[in-house]
Design a protein around this ligand. Structure first.
Ligand code: COA
Length: 410
C-alpha cells in the first residue's frame, strides 16, 4: 500500500517511427517528449519544480554506444542538478521507472518526479538490432542456441494453437484491429489500416488483394518465425515518452484533472521458456495482474480499457487471458468477434498497441501510460473509450522474465 497517493499530472511522447527521427539522437528524442510533457500540465510547471528523474534506455550501449545516460538526459532537459537514475527491465523498463517514481513520491522523499524512456533502435541493421535485443533473454540457455524474441513468441503461438485447437487466423484479428486503432493515433508508427497498406503494395507491385486476409496470407506478408508473419510483429521504431508524477497534495496545484495511480503489480518469472510448464500463459503477468487488482481493490471486470504487451500478436491474446479479461482459450475468439475493439466489451490497445503504434523498447511502458492519461482525461479524440474511468497497462520484459501491471483511475 502506498503511504501517499500519487498522480500523473503531465504526459508527452514523440511519434514512434523508423525513419522520421533519422537525424535525432536519443537525447533529442527525450527532450521532445519532455517538452510536450511540460506543455501538457494544465496550470504550467517549471523545471525547478521537478525533484528527480527515473529514466530507461534499454540497450543504448548497443544502439548508440552510450551508457550513463540518465545524467545526460537530466542535463539535456535542463533539470540538473536533480538526481537522475537509469532503470532497466528489457521491454518493461519505463513501467519500472514509473513504479520507482511512484515509490519515491509515496515515501515522502519527493513531490514531483519525471519518469520515461527512450530508444533509438534504427542505428543498427535489423539483424544486429535482433542480436542486441537478445541480450534481454537468457543468454547461455536461449541466445547461444539462436533463439530470438520472434522465435520465442512463435513457440508460444504454436503451443497455444495446439492446446486450444485454434489457428493463425486468430492472430490476424489482433493485427487488423491494432492497425485500425493506430490509424487514428497521430503518434503511431503505422497510421494506416492494413487494407490501405495492401492497396499501396498492390499498386506498386501490380498485385491484387481482394481483402485483408487475402493480403495477409500472401507472400507479401512473409514468415518471420513460423507461424508469425511480418504483420504479426511489432516494428523497429525510434521514440521517447515521458510522464510527470506528483504527490496528491501537490497535484491539484498543477491540474484539476489528475490521473491517480491506484494499483501496482511487478513480478519476476522464469526467463527461459524451456523451464516453463506451459507456454500458453505468462505466469509473471497473471501474478502482476492479481497484485495490481488487489492493491486497487478491483477485479478484472472493472477495467474499462487496457494497453497490453502485444510485441507479437499471440502476446495480446495471451495477455487478455492472463489478466482475466477472457477465459483460457477464448482471447483469440474474443478478438475475432470484435469484443476487444474500441468500445467493445473490453477496449484493448486503443493506441494501436506495440504492433502498430511501434515499440521503441524503453519508451513503450510510459507510452502505454500516455494513452491511459489521454483516455482518462477524455482527450483521445477518435479513439476515445466512452465513460473511461479505470485504465490498465501491462508491460512485459522480453518473453516474461518481468511483468508489470499498473492501474490508473480518473
Ligand atoms: N509490420 C508491418 N510492416 C512492417 C513491419 C511490421 N512489423 N516491419 C517492417 N514493415 C514494413 C516496412 O514499413 C517496410 O515497408 P515499405 O517497404 O513500404 O517501406 C517493409 O515492411 C520492409 O521493412 P524492413 O524494415 O526492411 O523490414 P525487416 O524485414 O528488416 O524487419 C521485422 C521486419 C519483423 C524482422 C522487424 O520489424 C522486427 O524485427 N520486428 C520485431 C522487433 C522486436 O523483436 N522487438 C522486441 C519484441 S520483444
Amino acid at each position: 500500500m502506498l503511504m501517499n497517493k500519487v498522480a500523473l499530472i503531465g504526459a508527452g511522447m514523440t511519434r514512434f517511427h523508423h525513419s522520421l527521427h533519422k537525424d535525432k539522437s536519443s537525447r533529442e528524442l527525450f527532450v521532445e517528449a519532455f517538452l510536450e510533457c511540460l506543455d501538457s500540465v494544465d496550470k504550467s510547471i517549471s523545471h525547478k519544480d521537478i525533484d528527480a528523474l527515473f529514466i530507461s534506455a534499454t540497450a543504448s550501449e548497443f544502439f548508440e554506444h552510450q551508457s550513463h545516460i540518465a545524467c545526460l538526459l537530466s542535463d539535456w532537459t535542463g533539470l540538473n542538478p536533480i538526481p537522475a537514475t537509469r532503470i532497466e527491465a528489457a521491454c518493461a523498463s519505463s513501467s519500472a521507472a514509473l513504479e520507482i517514481g511512484v515509490f519515491a513520491i509515496a515515501s515522502g522523499m519527493y513531490d514531483i518526479v519525471l519518469v520515461g524512456g527512450v530508444e533509438k533502435m534504427t542505428t543498427l541493421e535489423v539483424d544486429e538490432m535482433t542480436y542486441a535485443l537478445m541480450s534481454g533473454l537468457d543468454h547461455p540457455y536461449e541466445c547461444i542456441l539462436g533463439v530470438s524474441n520472434p522465435g520465442l513468441y512463435a513457440m508460444m503461438a504454436n503451443a497455444y494453437f495446439e492446446k486450444y485447437d485454434s489457428s493463425w487466423e486468430e492472430l490476424t484479428s489482433i493485427s487488423i484491429k491494432n492497425h485500425h486503432n493506430a490509424s487514428m493515433n497521430p503518434k503511431a508508427h503505422f497510421q494506416s489500416e492494413i487494407m490501405d497498406i495492401a492497396k499501396k503494395i498492390s499498386q506498386k507491385k501490380g498485385l491484387k488483394f481482394d481483402n485483408e486476409m487475402d493480403f495477409l496470407k500472401s507472400p507479401t506478408n512473409p514468415y518471420i518465425a513460423h507461424p508469425l508473419r511480418l504483420f504479426d510483429c511489432s516494428p523497429v521504431s525510434d521514440g521517447a515518452s515521458a510522464i510527470l508524477l506528483a504527490s496528491s497534495k501537490k497535484a491539484k496545484k498543477f491540474t484539476d484533472t489528475p490521473v491517480y495511480v491506484t494499483g501496482l503489480g511487478h513480478t519476476s518469472g522464469t526467463m527461459s521458456l524451456h523451464d516453463r510448464r506451459d507456454l500458453t500463459s505468462i505466469p509473471a503477468s497473471v501474478e502482476a495482474g492479481n497484485r495490481a487488482y488487489k492493491m486497487a481493490k478491483i477485479e478484472s471486470k472493472d477495467i474499462d480499457f487496457a494497453m497490453v504487451h502485444d510485441c507479437f500478436t499471440p502476446a495480446e491474446i495471451i495477455a487478455t487471458e492472463d489478466l482475466g479479461f477472457f477465459p483460457r482459450g477464448e482471447g483469440g475468439k474474443a478478438a475475432i468477434e470484435g469484443r476487444t475493439r474500441i468500445n467493445g466489451e473490453k477496449s484493448i490497445n486503443t493506441d494501436g498497441g506495440l504492433k502498430a503504434k511501434g515499440h521503441p523498447i524503453a519508451a513503450t511502458g510510459t507510452a502505454m501510460s500516455y494513452e491511459v492519461w489521454k483516455q482518462l482525461r477524455g482527450e483521445a479524440d477518435k479513439r476515445q473509450v466512452n465513460n473511461a474511468e479505470i485504465g490498465l497497462i501491462h508491460n512485459v520484459g522480453a518473453s516474461g522474465g518481468t511483468a508489470i501491471v499498473q492501474i490508473f483511475r480518473r
